[in-house]
Write a protein that binds this ligand. Structure first.
Ligand code: ZN
Length: 210
């Protein structure tokens, strides 16, 4: 079986999303890229029953390389992101706060320094039918220079240089969105952090990571 290690990492990430209530039912999906292959969660399989044999390997054109199930219906945007970036892992959720905020803003204002984890203000990709090429184009554009995007009236996407990076951002994104919803609910004018101040945080995080 190809990519046993990556398959297990995809299964583990899917189960994490379910345990943390970041997806409902069979929603959401996870993938890892290895050269011209994508190791991705299958369509319509309950996470609690998912195992390594359910994971699908496809090429960059979406053709099945190995696997007996259909790949996630959101495969087009995974391909689109891998084609336009050097990221190696993608996590897609329908987390409640991320989804709620995607309905009411076009961009998450920089009201918390955690925005630095994502490269700046997180954009909301305009709504398009799930699984469509149109949605894939919107998401790839929203991710320019960022490690996350919200999908209007749908959910969220995080990306990383490895699966640990992509899955590690999911809870921070959900926290940011939850806080922003609470800020909006006050109806009070929000204090924002300037891009110059955020750059200082980005520089500090880079030093910390090294
Ligand atoms: Zn979705």
């Amino acid at each position: 079986m190809l990519y046993l290690h990556e398959r297990q990492a995809v299964v583990d990430a899917c189960k994490f999303l379910q345990e943390k209530h970041l997806v409902v039912g069979t929603a959401g999906n996870v993938s890892i890229r290895r050269d011209d292959d994508i190791i991705i969660s299958p369509s319509a399989v309950e996470y609690s029953h998912m195992s390594v044999t359910d994971i699908v390997v496809v090429d960059m054109s979406g053709n099945i390389v190995e696997g007996k199930l259909k790949p996630s219906s959101e495969l087009p945007f995974h391909i689109s992101i891998y084609e336009s970036t050097n990221y190696q892992a993608i996590v897609h959720t329908h987390a409640p706060a991320s989804t709620a905020l995607s309905v009411v803003v076009d961009e998450i204002p920089i009201t918390h320094y955690y925005a630095a984890l994502f490269g700046g203000a997180i954009r909301v990709a305009p709504y398009a039918l799930y699984g469509s090429d149109e949605l894939a184009v919107h998401i790839a554009k929203a991710l320019e220079g960022r490690t996350a995007a919200l999908l209007a009236n749908h959910g969220a996407v995080t990306v990383g240089l490895d699966i640990k990076g992509a899955i590690g951002l999911v809870e921070y994104l959900e926290y940011l969105c939850d806080v922003e919803l609470k800020v909006l609910a006050t109806g009070r004018p929000a204090k924002v952090i300037s891009p110059a101040e955020l750059d200082k945080v980005i520089a500090k995080l880079d030093t910390y990571r090294q």
